[in-house]
Design a protein around this ligand. Structure first.
Ligand code: KIV
Ligand code: ZN
Length: 525
């Protein structure tokens, strides 16, 4: 009889390694939305952040710990007491929690980054894991840049971390340097040479600098790893991390080869990918494996013919396996709430009653302007529900006048949550430029526009246009997006979302400073 397949844990680090990628930062409500989606997806561990990195990170890890019940919530910490204690406090309310401590081990990092000798690395790793174990039952240790570390020294560090109490050891290919055969060899070496390794779970963490993160993670599983660290859409530092959807579907599609299972509800892969893409603004390439727009599209006649005869001719997975339930049914202004809710569900989204009501109202308004609503329209409405930076400013009116040769004029009317209504008319190089300038003048915030994109979310001349705006303000990048059938409107709303994010960040800093001042006063009393 064949052996029962082992379970491989899926450790999602979208909210930590993924969020670290340039332009991928998320607000706390956005992180909570992603955390909820990850729990529904069935991941085993959610790495919610790096609490010592910033106050915002600490607060997000605490908020995720308080909200999510099911997956283990992990917080990252360097091997020092302050980091570890901060992380433990942020995780304190999680029903299941893990402290994840890391320390670089490679000669390059020892010499140039840490300026530490091998003995110091060993001592620091042991002290870090011990301190973490005093605060948390479940401790993971990661030798950073493990794949470029001398094998003998790596084995020594891993053995010392196990002795100190780590229950998971995560082998990191931090710079995406290794190749499958070499990496498998590294895992086999550790399994053979590290005392106590059979007591712990071996994990793998790969980056995609040479495009091999998924292949390297899979080979590590063949060589004994039983936890994979990955991110939705593979977002992460530089070229990104191992992509969750790809590695999970590889294990599922080739189950007979790998003989392992995961707890992932694969039908939730596509909606989760869309959510993360919409929140981070990292567009999924059309040809991306598993969740790209073209992943299940057959263009060549021979292929179409084959698939019509039997899908297995050219499809190794079914679109519905990954939650891609496209239909050609079109909704319109006569479609009721029921039909709308059914379609939202068929697309893989679960909305709470209040959110559903709000999105349904927007759907009705859109259906008044646009005859036929496609899946892409509905997806765009749902993805924006409750996620966008709401307030303090909202667009109350917009008028624009543009001619072929000559400046355009745009008037914006903005409402502030304190009751003010501000109107501003500005000229610009085209209606969008004029609208951005008018919004800057009305709100009194000048920003540096870095990137501006508009794309159609569906087909047809009345397709909605999604506008995405990136700006720089006070050395930070902010992103805003919006959709509308009128692209000057979606661009203006996207720009206004950026202004709102900046104002919210400033308000957050003010209240933190006030709290800190209050705490200081209290402590001096
Ligand atoms: O890439 C890396 O080495 C990491 C560690 C913190 C695991 O992200
Ligand atoms: Zn990493």
């Amino acid at each position: 009889m064949a052996a029962e397949p082992d379970k491989v844990l899926i450790f999602d680090t979208t909210l930590r390694d993924g969020e670290q990628a340039p332009g991928c930062s998320m607000t706390q409500p956005e992180k909570l939305r992603v955390a909820r989606a990850l729990a529904e997806l069935g991941v085993d561990v959610i790495e919610a952040g790096f609490p010592a990195a910033s106050k915002g990170d600490w607060e997000s890890v605490q908020a995720v710990s308080r909200m999510i019940d099911g997956p283990i919530i992990a917080g990252l910490a360097r091997c020092n007491r302050e980091d570890i204690e901060l992380a433990a406090r942020a995780l304190a309310d999680a029903p299941r929690r893990r402290l994840h401590v890391f320390l670089a081990t490679s000669a390059i990092h020892r010499q140039y980054k840490l300026n530490m000798a091998e003995e110091q690395i060993l001592r620091t790793a042991v002290e870090g894991v011990r301190r973490a174990r005093e605060l948390c039952e479940d401790v993971e240790f990661s030798p950073e840049d493990a794949s470029r570390t001398e094998l003998e020294f790596l084995a020594q560090v891993v053995e010392a971390a196990i002795e100190a109490g780590a229950s998971t050891v995560n082998i990191a290919d931090t710079v995406g340097y290794t190749v499958p055969d070499e990496f498998a060899e590294l895992f086999r070496y550790l399994c053979k040479n590290v005392r106590g390794i059979e007591r712990i779970r071996l994990s793998v963490h790969c980056h995609d600098d040479l495009g091999m993160a998924v292949a390297n993670s899979l080979t590590a599983v063949v060589a004994g790893a039983r936890q994979i660290e990955c991110t939705i859409n593979g977002i992460g530092e530089r070229a990104g991390n191992c992509s969750l959807e790809e590695v999970v579907m590889a294990l599922k599609t080739r189950a007979a080869f790998f003989n392992v299972t995961t707890g992932i509800q694969t039908t939730r892969l596509y909606p989760t990918s869309r959510l993360v893409s919409s929140i981070t603004g990292m567009t999924v390439p059309r040809n991306k494996a598993v969740v790209g727009e073209n992943a299940f599209a057959h263009e060549a006649g021979i292929h179409q013919h084959g698939v019509l005869k039997h899908h297995s001719t050219y499809e190794i997975m079914r679109p519905e396996d990954v939650g891609l339930a496209r239909s050609h049914l079109i909704l319109g202004k006569h479609s009721g709430r029921h039909a709308f809710r059914d379609r939202v569900r068929a697309l893989g989204f679960e909305l709470q009653e209040q959110e559903l009501n709000e999105v349904f109202e927007e759907f009705k308004a859109l259906a008044d302007r646009k005859k036929e609503l496609f899946d892409g329209d509905i997806e765009a409405l749902v993805l924006r529900a409750g996620g966008a930076a709401n307030g303090p400013w909202s667009l109350a009116g917009l008028e624009t006048h543009a001619v072929m040769q000559g400046p355009a004029t745009t008037t914006v009317r903005l409402r502030h949550s304190d009751g003010r209504l501000v109107e501003q008319t500005t000229e610009g190089d085209g209606p969008v430029d004029a609208a951005f300038k008018a919004i800057e003048a009305a709100t009194g915030l000048g920003v540096m526009l870095r990137k501006f994109e508009v794309r159609g979310v569906t087909e047809g001349e009345d397709a909605q246009g999604e506008a995405v705006v990136y700006v720089e303000y006070n050395q930070r990048t902010y992103r805003g997006s919006s959709v509308s059938t009128n692209i000057v409107e979606s661009s203006s709303k996207a720009f206004l979302e950026v202004i709102n994010r900046i104002e919210q960040a400033a308000a957050g800093n003010r209240s933190r400073e006030e709290r800190a001042a209050g705490a200081q006063t209290a402590s001096t009393l």
